[in-house]
Design a protein around this ligand. Structure first.
Ligand code: URP
Ligand code: ZN
Ligand code: ZN
Ligand code: ZN
Length: 467
């Protein structure tokens, strides 16, 4: 492995600027940038020189919402930390923040240890953890303080899934109060799960068992209601709030109204809500099961509000919520009962490309692409400027991106461990060419050169998006 790498002649794009610059990498970090062709840049030499002429040089993607080997509906998501982080690298993502899970009746510590056992030594790229809190009690609340101190600084709570991950309003308020004191960030799955369960039961009783009914019972209004309630609880607790996988226009409106009041309320959406819709859920012959996730896909009319939210910064982050279940044997568990379809979509490999397509389509600027996919997730979850930018001192997590290459997304060619693609047949312009993780080449001109165990666990500081 060479210790000095030089990336020559590309257009360096960060959230803050775009410059034609050469990038010098030493000992796994960005050592310096200088405008291409200047005396300073021309004097640099290195053992490994990458010609990026005509390409973008961008920070590696930060996907702040993935679920590898995640237990759901009696099965586990199909990507391991090894396969999932390899696929992430192929897609230009160099850091994931996955979710360790506290089981009901168990400690946060036990849940976190179990996720370290799954991930440590297996990952191709760097990784960190949020903690799913499924059992808020006195002991859990005390453990939250310890986790924040050691770099697990965000906690996901669920207003959905009664009997599994669900917390009631009192538990949510207590966790928020704790986070207000210890600097943690509460991430909320905002759907009214109690009301949804009533609608599920009624739908099934009417014989409405197909995947499309998943979208019908998980109503946009029940996402908006929960979003509103979460915001009010966060105000009462004086805690910041990050709402995950926002899909409904009405929920974006709740976030926008809160932000107009100056509240520390943030929102994330995902590529599936930007590019897919209830049309996919309605695909015949149970194909709709491939698109079952929660919050659910919405009618196409919701997408304009999501794109607008991303432009106005009422939504700050696009993560994947990568949670793949194979069609064969996993999604099929819900034949005859949509409520038994494991929830989640694959996407960790597709996010950077789909968002580049959004640049091509005119939804986002190039810099906003990098901001929502790299810089802001890093700041939101305490990884900046180690991750999320290209600046002296930052980790050399760098992607050489070919903005002109054409590709067709397909399960035939993807690297995720799942037997279908949610974006099968979609043409996109732009493709990852080469990926460096801390200066080591993990994808070299579209050949995988990474290795499990290169990726390191990365403790995080508290949210840096509040200042
Ligand atoms: O359907 C989804 N989103 N599955 C993953 C779990 C979650 O709620 O994020
Ligand atoms: Zn969720
Ligand atoms: Zn999720
Ligand atoms: Zn090379």
């Amino acid at each position: 492995m060479s210790t000095r790498t030089l990336i020559r002649g590309g257009l360096v794009v960060t959230a803050a600027e775009e410059i034609h610059a050469d990038v010098l990498i030493e000992h796994g970090r960005i050592a310096a940038l200088a405008a291409s062709g200047t005396t300073a840049a021309s004097a640099w030499t290195a053992e490994h020189v990458i010609d990026a002429t005509g390409k973008y040089v961008i920070p590696g993607g930060v996907d702040a919402h993935t679920h590898m080997e995640f237990p759901f509906g009696g099965t586990f998501s199909a990507d391991t930390f090894e396969t999932g982080t390899r696929a992430a690298a192929w897609g230009g993502t160099t850091t994931i923040v996955d979710f360790a899970v506290q089981g009901v009746g168990h400690s946060l510590r036990g849940g976190l240890d179990a996720y370290h056992a799954k991930a440590d030594g297996k990952c191709t790229i760097d990784y960190a953890f949020h903690m799913i809190v499924s059992d808020v009690n006195e002991r859990t609340l005390k453990e939250m303080d310890l986790l924040v101190e050691e770099g697990v600084t965000s906690f996901k709570l669920f207003m959905a899934y009664p009997g599994v991950f669900y917390s009631d309003d009192g538990q949510i308020l207590r966790a928020m109060q704790r986070a207000s004191g210890n600097g943690g960030l509460i991430m909320m799955h905002a759907e009214n799960g109690i009301a949804i369960d009533v609608l599920v039961e009624q739908a099934l009783a009417r014989g409405e068992t197909d995947p499309r009914y998943h979208g019908e019972v998980r109503k946009a209004l029940l996402e908006a209601e929960a979003t509103h309630r979460a915001i009010q609880l966060a105000r009462v607790a004086d805690a910041p709030l990050y709402v995950v996988h926002v899909s409904a226009a009405e929920a974006v409106a709740e976030l926008a109204a809160a932000r107009d009041k100056g509240l520390h309320v943030f929102g994330e959406t995902c590529p599936q809500y930007l590019f897919l819709s209830t049309d996919n859920l309605a695909e015949p012959a149970f194909e709709g099961a491939k698109y079952v996730c929660s919050t659910p896909l919405r009618p196409r009319e919701h997408q304009a509000a999501l794109w607008r939210g991303l432009r106005t910064n009422d939504l700050q982050v696009v993560s994947t919520d990568h949670c793949p279940f194979c069609f064969t044997g996993q999604k099929e568990l819900g034949r005859g009962d949509f409520s038994k379809i494991p929830n989640g979509l694959p996407g960790v490999e597709n996010r950077m490309d789909l968002l580049h397509q959004a640049v091509v389509d005119g939804h986002l600027s190039r810099r906003r692409w990098i901001e929502i996919a790299c810089a802001t997730p890093a700041r939101m979850f305490g990884l900046y400027p180690k991750k999320g930018t290209i600046a002296p001192g930052s980790d050399a997590d760098v992607v050489i991106y070919d903005p002109h290459a054409e590709q067709v997304i397909s399960a035939e060619t993807h690297h995720m461990n799942v037997d279908y693609s949610a974006y099968e047949g979609k043409r996109v312009t732009g493709r990852v060419e080469t990926v460096l993780s801390r200066g080591e080449t993990v994808i070299d001109h579209r050949t995988f050169t990474g290795r499990p165990g290169h990726g390191l666990y990365t403790p995080r500081s508290t949210c840096q998006y509040l200042d």
